[in-house]
Design a protein around this ligand. Structure first.
Ligand SMILES: *[C@@H]1O[C@H](CO)[C@@H](O)[C@H](O)[C@H]1NC(C)=O
Ligand SMILES: *[C@@H]1O[C@H](CO)[C@@H](O)[C@H](O)[C@H]1NC(C)=O
Ligand SMILES: *[C@@H]1O[C@H](CO)[C@@H](O)[C@H](O)[C@H]1NC(C)=O
Ligand SMILES: *[C@@H]1O[C@H](CO)[C@@H](O)[C@H](O)[C@H]1NC(C)=O
Ligand SMILES: *[C@@H]1O[C@H](CO)[C@@H](O)[C@H](O)[C@H]1NC(C)=O
Ligand SMILES: *[C@@H]1O[C@H](CO)[C@@H](O)[C@H](O)[C@H]1NC(C)=O
Ligand SMILES: *[C@@H]1O[C@H](CO)[C@@H](O)[C@H](O)[C@H]1NC(C)=O
Length: 673
């Protein structure tokens, strides 16, 4: 013992070089650190109980018995002496940090083995520490850990009371952190004292001490850690989870030291996901639902814990399960609108209990809905006075808290004449034919009429399709084993319409043999003579418009040649008798430059008068030969005012008129033979 005392006395007063020992020289600066190596050096290499002790100038600063919990550290050294290991360092090594000027001196590491004699193998390992730069700071700050709300002091004692001490937090001068400055004190001893540490205060604090006489500066820094019980920082009042989908329910907490445990309650009872199928804990404490259903509804609360405990449970989070919005009405995929037309795109969300989904319309390209030309009525988007600019894709979005559903529809703006229905397909049965077709227009509001007749009988029958958008029909009450001709007439709101090309189909089964023979002959006659049809239209000069009338298979085709730039509507008046006509039979309107009139009678005279809105007008006469051997004429009621693009009323009137005068079709067929 006397040796140590002597050494201590020496170290305190005599220069290190005068020490009669092989002590290793170490240097550290104020605020820095010094690592002192010390090997445990077990006898025969076997680990046995030991006692590790570090002295400075003869006073114990660190003492640890193997197997004991915590080491004993002398007051002045608390938090500044830590055992370190790794690299070439022995297991008894220490790291002295936040070095102070007064730390200079002689250190000894001594390892003893209490169960052995002799207990020590040597006199210990010696270090002599010199502290440099201690001219400004006497006591530098050291790492401090406090509980939230507690007082925290970071020391920085300057050597000269005249020195100015400045504090920085994470590199920012304290003066620029008013909130922190307000909660802190700056006593004359240079310390920074936080009256009540907050959870936002942790960081690196640096003090800078200025020499009062020279432009000299010294700094030292340490970390402040503020610990608190695990606490909930945020909890929503309500959470909507999407039905049938995976979802997570988060617990938003904050904890230092870190979270050790987290507890969920549901409706006041402990909720343990291990006991609930399809629910799991995620690593961060969130509840994970594999597939949300109504059983997951309820009031949830979470309580986070760390080693300090818990600040309490979260307020209740009302979890509601919401099904994605359903559409009660959705737009068709495609609309075709005429210039100037009014168009309504339907879209509506199905109303559900405690859930009113939002319906929103937008253009997909992000442009605005037409200003002043659209209105929204309970989800339906109506665009009036359609212009070219309105063409594009529109998106109806229906959303609730759970999900968002999009429906797209495309609007085409039509400035072309309509197309006839096409691709007529017939499925025959014994006494019926099922007919389907493809509309010439997709989405345009069109009415359809199916025209059909037995091939040998020229009398047309019609069937109006009452439901918009239906493109099929079943014609019933037909004769078995009989060939039929079918056509589809489409008519839009304006009145323009077109006939499809005809299809021919035979009903199943067999009819009586004579009938078949007769029909076939008639059919042959009609088709072979088609080419010889004599067109006997005569142009009559009654205006500038060049009009022609020609007999074709279907009847009389009236055509006119007008200025190509003239796109106005024209009206055809069809008279009986020589020009200027004795009796008006039918009137039709069209945007086209032709119209077909059926129902011409053998030997009769007709007069066609065309007047267009542009002012152009003209006429043409037609005389049907007495002996004409063509189905269109011989058919009598076949005519039925087959008016292409004619107004319905005009059609009807003309049909009645012409049918009354027609000879029985059977007789006409016989004559053809
Ligand atoms: C000793 O402590 C200081 C300050 O905490 C640290 O920067 C240094 O890396 C430590 N040295 C060793 C060897 O652990
Ligand atoms: C321990 O110190 C004593 C007295 O100074 C000395 O005689 C002895 O040799 C030292 N032992 C070792 C192992 O250095
Ligand atoms: C001080 O705290 C910092 C940051 O937590 C850490 O890196 C450093 O090792 C600590 N120093 C001491 C001596 O504990
Ligand atoms: C520094 O001064 C303050 C206020 O007088 C005091 O509370 C604190 O303990 C002092 N710090 C030291 C290390 O003496
Ligand atoms: C927790 O983890 C889940 C997935 O594991 C994630 O969805 C959720 O956002 C996380 N919550 C928080 C608060 O980080
Ligand atoms: C929206 O359009 C649909 C379908 O066209 C219709 O049934 C419904 O009545 C319209 N709703 C309103 C509010 O106009
Ligand atoms: C024509 O109709 C047939 C049978 O209905 C169908 O398979 C085909 O796709 C149609 N063609 C067009 C161009 O619609």
């Amino acid at each position: 013992m006397w040796v140590l005392r002597a050494l201590a006395a020496l170290a305190a007063s005599v220069a290190a070089s005068l020490l009669p020992l092989d002590a290793e020289q170490l240097h550290a600066s104020v605020g820095g650190f010094a690592v002192m190596n010390c090997h445990l050096d077990f006898p025969f290499g076997n680990e046995i109980p030991y006692h590790l002790q570090w002295d400075k100038d003869g006073e114990s600063i660190f003492s640890w018995y193997s197997g004991e919990g915590a080491a004993r550290v002398a007051d002045r050294w608390g938090g500044r002496v830590r055992r370190v290991q790794g690299g070439a360092l022995g297991r008894g090594s220490i790291n002295v940090s936040a070095v102070r000027e007064t730390d200079a001196g002689l250190y000894r590491c001594r390892v003893t083995f209490p169960n052995r004699t002799p207990p020590a193998r040597n006199n210990g390992t010696f270090y002599y520490l010199t502290v440099d730069g201690g001219n400004l700071i006497v006591t530098p700050p050291m790492n401090v850990t406090v509980l939230e709300g507690e007082r925290a002091e970071l020391e920085c004692l300057p050597k000269s009371p005249e020195s100015a001490v400045e504090w920085f937090k994470d590199g920012t001068p304290l003066g620029e952190l008013p909130e922190l400055a307000l909660r802190s004190e700056r006593p004359a001893n240079g310390s920074l004292v936080l009256r009540r540490a907050a959870s936002t205060d942790p960081g690196e604090y640096e003090c800078r001490v200025h020499d009062p006489d020279y432009p000299d500066l010294q700094s030292a820094s340490a970390f402040l850690d503020v610990q608190y019980k695990a606490k909930v920082v945020y909890a929503p009042k309500e959470r909507f989870l999407p039905y049938g989908k995976p979802a997570s329910l988060d617990c938003h907490f904050s904890a230092n030291p870190p979270l050790t445990n987290l507890r969920w309650e549901k409706d006041g009872f402990l909720f343990d996901p291990y006991n609930v199928p399809g629910v799991f804990y995620s690593r961060n404490g969130s509840l994970l639902f594999n597939q949300v259903d109504e059983s997951h509804e309820g009031e949830y609360s979470c309580t986070p814990y760390n080693s300090l405990g818990s600040a309490g449970p979260s307020p209740g989070v009302r979890v509601r399960v919401q099904r994605p919005p359903a559409l009660a009405a959705r737009p068709q995929p495609l609309y075709v609108a005429r210039l100037g037309a009014t168009l309504t795109l339907p879209c509506a969300a199905a109303a559900r209990h405690r859930d009113q989904p939002l319906v929103h319309w937008a253009r997909k390209d992000g442009s605005e809905l037409p200003a002043g030309r659209h209105n929204l009525d309970d989800g339906n988007l109506t665009i009036v006075d359609v212009t070219e600019d309105d063409r594009g894709v529109y998106v109806c979005t229906v959303s609730n808290e759970a999900a968002t559903v999009d429906v797209e529809t495309e609007l085409l703006v039509e400035n072309m004449p309509p197309r006839a229905p096409y691709n007529l397909t017939v499925r025959p049965a014994t006494d019926s034919l099922h007919l389907s077709w493809v509309p010439g227009h997709n989405g345009l509001e069109v009415d359809y009429n199916v025209w059909y007749r037995e091939r040998t009988v020229s009398e047309w029958r019609t069937m109006k399709i009452l439901t918009r958008g239906v493109t099929e029909a079943t014609l019933v009450g037909l004769r078995p084993g009989t060939e039929y001709e079918l056509r589809v007439l489409s008519q839009d709101l304006i009145g323009d319409g077109l006939f499809s090309k005809p299809v021919f189909a035979r009903t199943l089964g067999s009819s009586d043999e004579e009938g078949i023979e007769a029909e076939q002959v008639a059919y042959a006659a009609a088709t072979t003579e088609e080419a010889e049809l004599g067109a006997s239209g005569e142009s009559a000069d009654v205006g500038d418009l060049e009009v022609t009338v020609r007999l074709i298979d279907e009847g009389a085709l009236v055509r006119w040649r007008r200025d190509p730039s003239d796109a106005t509507r024209c009206t055809l008046r069809w008279y009986e008798g020589a020009p200027p006509g004795e009796r008006l039979l039918a009137t039709g309107h069209t945007l086209h430059d032709y119209m077909l009139v059926s129902g011409a009678e053998e030997g009769a005279h007709y007069w066609a008068r065309v007047q267009c809105a542009s002012g152009a007008s003209g006429g043409a006469a037609l005389r049907v030969p007495e002996y004409a051997r063509l189905r269109g004429v011989a058919a009598g009621c076949a005519a039925a005012a087959l008016l292409l693009a004619a107004l319905a009323a005009a059609l009807l009137a003309a049909r009645r008129r012409l049918c009354a005068r027609s000879p029985p079709p059977a007789r006409a067929d016989k004559r053809l033979r």
